[in-house]
Ligand binder design. Structure first.
Ligand SMILES: Cc1ncc(COP(=O)(O)O)c(C=O)c1O
Length: 330
């Protein structure tokens, strides 16, 4: 039963709309994957692709819209705008469809073609921004000014800074992991896009168990845009955090949350997504592959033998079929 049903305090067999079935996702044992590698720790995946619109972003999109509705900032027909690598846009557009809003998103020109098609199918207006923009931190500030100027009167969801984002993870993702592991979770592994998942769920879990470790899976140098390679194979949705000045990081990323940051390249993340599919039947995207690759490195450490490691699996792999994640180039 989903968290939304429980939160409402009433047990209902039929959901009123998609927002009723957001959250309450299962923790799944990465059984064959762990056994075939002889891992000494228990590896669990938090299956966010089970959300109704297919990703962890359903949680924050609904939290942001609900918060705006409660504050009287949204009325039927209003326009919701954000800068997104896809999943937040898809979640916002689906929730907007169900509640009578319009959507417009600023989307990188390297966004997976499948995500773009889903956004188009949902009727979202799309503005393409060049990936090279992410080479220049000042350009992002300018982009946000442009977004505000181009959309007067719109509700800017601002997933990077809206406190409803980490709050959703503090109130749902973290407690679900704690409840479903019966308090046995020792390590949480996640990537950072906005930082909402790691900061919100991480904070909740550390409050329950001060010794719990939060480990961030961040893209290695080959997997982020550079002057030489503006379009490398990327781990969609997650960004580098190590060595970045604090005022250049998303406001929703709590810089004190990480106990360790481990680099993973896109090729390793893709390979892990393929392994999870073939060995355990889990069709997940590359940021899930990245988190599990890092969790695997941790599980190989003798000092972590016998611990329980939870890796967040943010979205479904169906969003990356055209991006070649499951059919590697020769
Ligand atoms: C596929 C994917 N994985 C992981 C993340 C990171 O989640 P968060 O924004 O909570 O840091 C995102 C966010 O954009 C994403 O789209």
């Amino acid at each position: 039963m989903s968290t939304a049903f429980v939160e409402a305090g009433v047990a209902r067999a039929v959901a009123r709309d998609i927002t009723d079935v957001i959250g309450g996702t299962p923790l799944i044992e990465l059984g064959n994957y762990s056994r075939s590698r002889g891992l000494g720790a228990r590896l669990l995946g938090k299956a966010e692709f089970v959300n109704p619109v297919g990703s962890v972003k359903d949680r924050i999109a609904w939290a942001i819209v609900r918060d705006a509705e409660e504050q009287g900032l949204l009325s039927r027909g209003d326009l919701i705008v954000d800068v997104t690598s896809g999943n937040t846009g898809i979640a916002l557009a689906a929730i907007a469809a169900s509640r009578g809003y319009r959507t417009k998103f600023y989307l990188g020109d390297n966004t997976s073609p499948d995500k773009r098609r889903i956004l188009e199918a949902l009727g979202a207006e799309l503005v393409t921004i060049p990936n090279s923009l992410f080479l220049d931190p000042d350009a992002l500030v300018t982009l946000f000014e442009q977004v505000e100027a181009e959309n007067p009167g719109a509700f800017i969801a601002n997933q990077l800074g809206n406190p409803a984002n980490p709050r959703a993870h503090y109130e749902t993702t973290g407690p679900e992991i704690w409840r479903d592991t019966e308090g046995s979770v020792d390590v949480l592994v996640a990537g950072v896009g906005t930082g909402g998942t790691a900061s919100g769920a991480g904070r909740f879990l550390k409050e329950q168990k001060p010794g719990l470790r939060v480990v961030i899976a961040e893209p290695g140098d080959l997997s982020i845009p550079s002057e030489e390679e503006v379009y490398p194979d990327e781990i969609d949705g997650v960004h580098k955090v190590e060595g970045i000045e604090e005022d250049r990081l998303p406001p929703n990323y709590d810089v004190t949350i990480a106990d360790e940051i481990v680099q993973v390249e896109a090729a390793q993340a893709y390979e892990t997504s393929r392994a999870l599919l073939r060995e355990d039947g889990l069709l997940v995207g590359p940021s899930a592959g990245a988190a599990v690759w890092v969790a695997t490195r941790l599980a190989e450490r003798p000092e972590l033998a016998g611990t329980t490691i939870v890796a967040v699996l943010p979205d479904t792999g169906e969003r990356y079929l055209s991006a070649g994640v499951f059919a590697p180039r020769a």
